[in-house]
Design a protein around this ligand. Structure first.
Ligand SMILES: [Zn+2]
Ligand SMILES: [Zn+2]
Length: 213
């Protein structure tokens, strides 16, 4: 199993890089991604912290013999903008962290998909953040087309139970790339990804996991 969405003490998580990697090994994960929040938050991962975290990741990955990706989660701001520190990450996630009216929600996501290079669209249509006045089917279909065209993975996020099954149903015949993550901010949820892989088996029969399995 893989858990490609974990927060550490480098942003708002409560576990250190070493604690995370050790726990991931204990629960039998093959690879993880540590993805701290970006600099739209004052506690986010700036260039200096990204470098320090990278050193810790490399040390722990070899100590515990497990693949650890160095990632970041960027909030999608007005007009689809994402803000990144100057650093080369293995995995860049983008996601909405606001409650917005549907028009604005879709506008941000669609502009973000069109104009940025990133790897994973995270927790789409989460009920913790999201569209305040429902969903728009034609815009959902536009998102699906853009994900495929731009070769960006869709995340199945077990903390947010997102995307919902009616969105995943739109993908059953499509060759979409996907990722799965627990979005854990503490040690106890690391590796809580079974629901995500179950959803992928059920709805994404023609999909392809973002890492080589
Ligand atoms: Zn998030
Ligand atoms: Zn997150």
């Amino acid at each position: 199993m893989y858990d490609l969405h974990i927060h550490s003490t480098y942003s708002d998580g409560s576990a250190s890089v070493e604690q995370i990697v050790k726990k991931a090994k204990e629960v039998g994960l093959k690879a993880i991604a540590i993805v701290d929040h970006s600099i739209e938050h004052r506690y986010g991962l700036d260039e200096r912290k990204a470098k320090r975290r990278q050193e810790e990741i490399e040390k722990c990955a070899s100590k515990y013999d497990i693949d650890v990706l160095s990632g970041i989660e960027c909030g999608i701001k007005a007009d689809g903008e994402i803000i990144l520190p100057r650093f080369k990450f293995d995995l860049i996630l983008a996601s909405i962290h606001d409650f917005l009216y549907a028009e604005e929600y879709y506008h941000r996501i669609i502009e973000c998909l069109k104009n940025n290079d990133f790897d994973v669209l995270a927790h789409l249509h989460s009920t913790m953040f999201g569209s305040l006045n429902g969903r728009i089917l034609e815009k959902d279909l536009e998102i699906v087309d853009l994900l495929i065209e731009r070769d960006i993975a869709l995340e199945i996020n077990t903390a947010h139970s997102a995307p919902p099954s009616d969105f995943l149903e739109l993908l059953s015949s499509r060759r979409i790339k996907y990722s799965v993550g627990s979005d854990s901010h503490s040690l106890k949820r690391i590796g809580d990804v079974s629901w995500g892989f179950e959803m992928a088996r059920k709805y994404l029969k023609n999909g392809e996991f973002i890492l080589k399995l």
